[in-house]
Write a protein that binds this ligand. Sequence first.
Ligand code: EPU
Length: 335
Amino acid sequence: MHQQKNISLKEFNTFGIDVKAKSYISVTSKAELVEVLSKNKDVFILSGGSNLLLTKDIDQLVVHLNTKGILEENKTPSETIVTVQAGENWHDFVLWCIGKNYGGLENLSLIPGNVGTCPIQNIGAYGVEVKDCINSVEAIEIATGKTKHFSTEECEFGYRNSVFKNELKGKYVICSVSFILKSKEHELNFSYGAIQNELHANGIKEPSIKNISDAVISIRNSKLPNPKEIGNSGSFFKNPIISKNHFIELQKKFPNIPSYPVSETEIKIPAGWLIEQSGFKGKRIGNTGSHKNQALVLVNYGNATGKEIFELAQKIQKTIKTNFDIDLEIEVNVI
Ligand code: EPU
């Protein structure tokens, strides 16, 4: 382990924001992580940097999780438990599952980031959330260095939410995630319209998990900017949930407002639609803007600062509040 001073974090966050870490260390094993945490309590844990907006230099010790390894054990003839170290790239792991014919995560193909952060925001796409396949989460308590295994109940998963974003924020470092995957009798989820259209266009009637993964990859590539080309952090805001009464009022004014029922009394509205209706979609403001194919994704056209992107986010929030009386919640971690 080698601690470095004053290094740029540009390569380590998918927004491509050029801020500096006063000190930085990369850890490649759980033992190294425990050792670093035993000597430093004020740390900034960096993983794939894909759900992060950095608006300033980091004064704490940046601990970069680069732990690798996948361990599999058969549970039943049709289920396998796979335990993955936090620093494994998420999409590479999904492709590994497809290669092994382990089903469950195919709808989550091509999501940027690493395995260790997938439980924090309970990543989700195309009708599936990662919580549906998580068996347990192993984490180290920063204060004590002790290991704890969290059951799915203890993770308190919700829509883009978990205990790690709330009560336990900044208290634990996730070091591995254990998944329960189907090795046969796959339960496919292709209810999402875009997936159906993609399968239909390719003449696929009885899809495999590979077909679904390919369809998701194709949809994401067509809509979402590749962070290697244009810096971004995926959906910048959560899709807001509003009361049914509020929705009925909005529907009078905006008859085409899209919506998904959440409960008897609550409705989810796609934030992308609200942002598009407010005129931000595809609009460039300085070095930043809302993406032309998916308004919910804010992008860095090159040299944007974190502050610039945050200012645009605040402007969008204010406009949505004025136009629809809806509070848009930021989904990305703003530092
Ligand atoms: N829409 C617009 N204009 C836009 C974008 C969206 O009008 O520019 C409307 C359309 O009505 C569209 C609807 O929003 O039908 C839904 O759009 P989309 O299918 O692209 O999904 P989303 O609700 O915008 C969510 C997730 C994505 C995930 C997709 C697919 C959140 C915050 N985002 O986006 O997750 O990939 O569904 O399941 O829940 C991420 O979290 O980073 C992310 C990309």
